[in-house]
Write a protein that binds this ligand. Structure first.
Ligand code: AMP
Ligand code: MG
Length: 414
């Protein structure tokens, strides 16, 4: 697609084409490290983990009740056994279970040798040391067998996998103490622009506060990333080039915001061309058309737009999948749903749009989405109120209230 508003013939890539180019250009970082389970949350497992034990380790009860040997059941008739002791969770019965005997047992407690059946306490009648069992007592019920969840030697978790709380629990259940995870991605980010003031300073005329570094600080908060906030670079070609060349020596990825379009003070594309290689620099998405992707030495470079909402949208749609690939995470498609749009939405044909919406479910269970308000890419309030993108295809010319649209929930954290 050629951008009709541009004098040059640099193709305006569709988002899909841009993603395909990024995917082809990236090589996941090599290198791994050992971490203890306590510091493994959110890290990417680099090697599969096998269990060195059976889970459960010993045969145990899945109910509170009475444990007995199936051979002591009288088929199809009530029968009685002599109560000879108790097995508690963590404090097994120490004696021998003889024929004609049963023991009291609690959930999770180990069954003694010979015992292979647990009868629920609600189904028996206790009369002193004599326990009466009903007819039709089924053998082998309410027992967790050795290795029922997982056999010794079986794969606990295959790699790669970004470890969640449940994974840590699973590894802990097998007594795993240390695992091998991919090394962290080293990511540097800069804001660019003479107009930027840091929060804490008074705002002089012509200045605005730098929101983008706070946005990136939030978007990059991930246990798999080491991020470095490298501050603001003035609109100065040489300073920009110097800063990027220096950062490229020490980081896997550089992200800049601002200076990516074609204004007099927009140097990002030119600097990338002179000190590295540009892969592309325009994507047919709104917000977010000026977006430079390339490499400086071995370091990947993303030059995002300056407007804060465009920073978030381009990060979510392009940078985040790229970082996941670099970090060695398995590929996951973003969750997209169909909802009924309760607002009318304006749209000019040409670019795929990521408007900001508020998604909710009505009492009938239908998904409804409303616009979160004015859609300018400088209006952070409209994305702060939103909980989803409303994704409108490039050729769409607007939406009437009541039409179906595609939505993508915003990931609030990480
Ligand atoms: P630029 O691409 O540099 O022309 O920036 C586009 C718009 O985004 C301008 O209005 C900038 O002032 C604004 N902008 C750029 N960087 C930031 C930032 N770090 N925080 C807030 N707004 C920014
Ligand atoms: Mg600028």
């Amino acid at each position: 697609m050629i951008d009709p508003c541009s004098l040059d013939t640099n193709p305006l890539l569709s988002l899909q084409e841009a993603l395909t180019r990024i995917k082809a250009a990236l090589h996941p970082v090599a290198g791994s490290e050992k971490v203890t389970l306590k510091s493994a949350l959110g890290r990417v497992l680099a090697q599969p983990v096998y269990s060195s034990v059976n889970i459960p380790h010993e045969r145990n009860a899945s109910m509170d009740g009475y444990a007995l040997a199936a051979g002591d059941i009288t088929p199809n008739q009530p029968f009685s056994l002599h109560l000879t002791g108790t097995s508690w969770a963590g404090r097994p019965f120490q004696g021998q279970l003889q024929s004609g005997q049963c023991i009291r047992i609690f959930t999770g407690a180990v069954l003694p040798e010979r015992a292979d059946t647990v009868v629920m306490q609600e189904h028996v009648r206790a009369d002193g040391q004599t326990i009466h069992f009903p007819a039709q007592t089924r053998p082998y019920q309410n027992v967790r067998e050795i290795g029922e969840d997982l056999q010794q030697g079986a794969c606990l978790i295959s790699s790669p996998k970004k470890l969640a709380a449940a994974d840590l629990g699973l590894l802990a259940s097998a007594g795993v103490y240390e695992i091998t995870v991919k090394r962290r991605l080293n990511i540097a980010f800069f804001s660019t622009g003479d107009e930027l003031a840091s929060i804490g300073q008074a705002l002089e005329s012509g200045k605005i506060y730098d929101s983008n570094r706070y946005i990136l600080n939030g978007l990059l908060a991930d246990p798999g990333y080491n991020m470095a906030d490298k501050g603001v670079i003035a609109d100065d070609r040489d300073k920009l080039e110097e800063s990027l060349i220096e950062a490229a020596k020490n980081y896997d990825v550089i992200i800049t915001t601002g200076g990516a379009s074609v204004g007099e003070a927009d140097f990002v594309k030119d600097v990338l061309a002179s000190c590295g290689q540009i892969n592309f620099w325009k994507v047919a998405m709104k917000p977010g058309k000026p977006l430079a992707f390339g490499k400086i030495g071995d370091c990947y470079f993303f030059g995002l737009p300056g407007n804060p909402v465009a920073v978030i949208a381009t990060f979510d749609q392009l940078v985040k999948p790229a970082l996941k690939q670099l970090a060695g995470e398995p590929f996951t498609k973003p969750l997209r749903l169909t909802a009924i749009c309760t607002s009318s939405l304006k749209k000019a044909p040409g670019r795929q749009e990521f408007q900001r919406g508020i998604l909710a479910q009505n009492d009938a269970g239908e998904l409804l989405v409303a616009s979160s308000g004015k859609q300018g890419s400088h209006l952070l309030g409209s994305i702060s109120r939103a909980n989803c993108y409303i994704i409108l295809p490039a050729d769409c010319t607007g939406i009437e209230a009541g039409e179906q649209v595609i939505v993508e929930p915003l990931s609030l954290f990480v």
